[in-house]
Ligand binder design. Structure first.
Ligand code: SF4
Length: 343
C-alpha cells in the first residue's frame, strides 16, 4: 500500500482572488526599491503592512521599523523613511518636514481616495462620520486629515443607532475604512440613513475592490467546508473579516493562521473539505506552505474557487520608478511567482 492510499482524502478549495492587493504589493515594493536606491537603513514608520513575515523579510534586507519619527537618529536623516500603506495623519508628513527627513509615502492610493472624500465632505460644511474600527492605523490616518471635532467614529449598528451629531451640526457625510465587512457596513449605513435621511454618501465606495473581491470569493467557497483557513495576521482587519465571512457563509469552523507551524492537527481532526484564502497583506509563500502541510497529511487535491480577476496595479513613488524590480527582489514574499510585466 502506498503512502497516498493510507492518507485520508481532502479537497482544498483555494479562493481567488486572495492575498496581496495592489496597495500592499506597492508598499512592499517601495521599501525594497528604496533599499536598492539608497542602501540600508531604510526606516519604516509602523508595520508597512499587517504581516510579521513581511516585516521580518524587509528587516533582513535592511529596513528598520520605528513607531515614531523621533526614533530616527540624526545622522540618518538623509536616509528615506517610508509611511505605511494604511496612511498617516497630516501631522506625520508635517513632522517629517520639520525634522528635515526624506520621506516616501506608501499610503495606498485607495486610502488616499477616502482621505480626499472625507476632506471634501468637511470642505462642503458636512460633519464627517467615519465608519471603522477604533485604533486601527487607517482610522487614525483618516481622522487625522480633518480638524479636531469635525469627524466622529461609528463602529457598529448599535453605535449608529445611538450616535448624536454635535450641537449645531446641520449637514452630515460619511466615509468608511477600506477593509470592513461589506455586509456589516451596509447595515451600519442603513441605520445612519434611516436616522439622518440627508446623510451624504462618498462619491465612490470606500470599501476597496480587494476587500470586496476577497470576501466574495470566500462566500462562494465556504458553504460545505468543514474548516476554512484564512492566512493573515491577528491585527489585519481585512483578514479577520474573511474569517467572519467564511463562518456566516456556511463553513463549520474558521481559523486565522499566520504560519503552517501554528496548525494544531489534533484540533483540525478528520476533515474532508478545506476552504483556503489569504488576507490582502498575507504573502503567497505562506499559502503554499499551508497547502504543503495539508498535502503531507492528506491525499489532498486543490480546486480553485475563482470569482474575479484582478488587474489593479499602482505605480510606486516617482523617485523610485527608474529602479529595476526583479522577481528575485520579491521572492521572499512571492516565491517564484512572477507577476506579468507592467507597461
Ligand atoms: S486592502 Fe484595499 S485599501 Fe488596503 S492596501 Fe489593499 S487595495 Fe489598498
Amino acid at each position: 500500500m502506498t503512502m497516498l492510499e493510507t492518507m485520508p482524502p481532502l479537497t482544498i478549495r483555494l479562493c481567488g482572488p486572495r492575498g496581496f492587493c495592489a496597495g500592499v504589493d506597492r508598499a512592499i515594493q517601495i521599501v525594497v526599491l528604496a533599499l536598492k536606491a539608497y542602501g540600508a537603513p531604510v526606516y519604516v514608520r509602523h508595520e508597512i503592512v499587517h504581516n510579521r513575515y513581511v516585516v521580518e523579510g524587509l528587516e533582513a534586507k535592511g529596513a528598520v521599523f520605528v513607531e515614531e519619527l523621533n526614533e530616527i537618529p540624526a545622522e540618518h536623516r538623509a536616509q528615506p523613511v517610508v509611511f505605511s500603506a494604511h496612511g498617516v495623519p497630516k501631522s506625520v508628513p508635517a513632522d517629517a518636514e520639520a525634522r528635515k527627513l526624506f520621506y516616501l509615502d506608501a499610503t495606498c492610493p485607495l486610502v488616499s481616495k477616502v482621505h480626499k472624500q472625507a476632506m471634501r465632505h468637511q470642505r462642503l460644511g458636512r460633519h464627517v462620520i467615519l465608519i471603522g474600527h477604533d485604533g486601527h492605523p487607517e482610522v487614525i490616518g483618516t481622522m487625522g486629515q480633518l480638524p479636531e471635532g469635525s469627524v466622529s467614529l461609528v463602529e457598529t449598528v448599535e453605535d449608529a443607532a445611538n450616535w448624536m451629531p454635535p450641537e449645531g451640526v446641520e449637514s452630515l457625510g460619511y466615509v468608511t475604512q477600506t477593509t470592513l465587512s461589506v455586509d456589516d457596513t451596509a447595515g451600519v449605513i442603513a441605520m445612519l440613513e434611516q436616522r439622518f435621511p440627508h446623510l451624504t454618501a462618498p462619491a465612490a465606495d470606500s470599501i476597496c475592490y480587494a476587500t470586496t473581491n476577497r470576501q466574495e470569493a470566500v462566500k462562494h467557497a465556504a458553504p460545505g467546508c468543514d474548516l476554512f483557513i484564512v492566512v493573515g495576521a491577528p491585527n489585519s482587519s481585512n483578514s479577520k473579516r474573511l474569517v467572519e465571512v467564511a463562518l456566516k457563509a456556511g463553513a463549520t469552523r474558521s481559523l486565522l493562521v499566520q504560519r503552517a507551524d501554528e496548525l494544531d492537527w489534533n484540533e483540525i481532526g478528520p476533515i474532508r473539505t478545506l476552504g483556503l484564502s489569504a488576507g490582502a497583506s498575507a504573502p503567497e509563500v505562506i499559502v503554499d506552505e499551508i497547502i504543503a502541510a495539508f498535502k503531507a497529511r492528506f491525499d489532498a487535491k486543490v480546486e480553485l474557487a475563482i470569482t474575479a480577476e484582478e488587474n489593479e496595479h499602482f505605480l510606486v513613488n516617482r523617485e523610485l520608478r527608474g529602479i529595476e524590480l526583479t522577481v528575485a527582489d520579491m521572492a521572499f514574499v512571492n516565491g517564484d511567482y512572477a507577476p506579468p510585466p507592467r507597461t
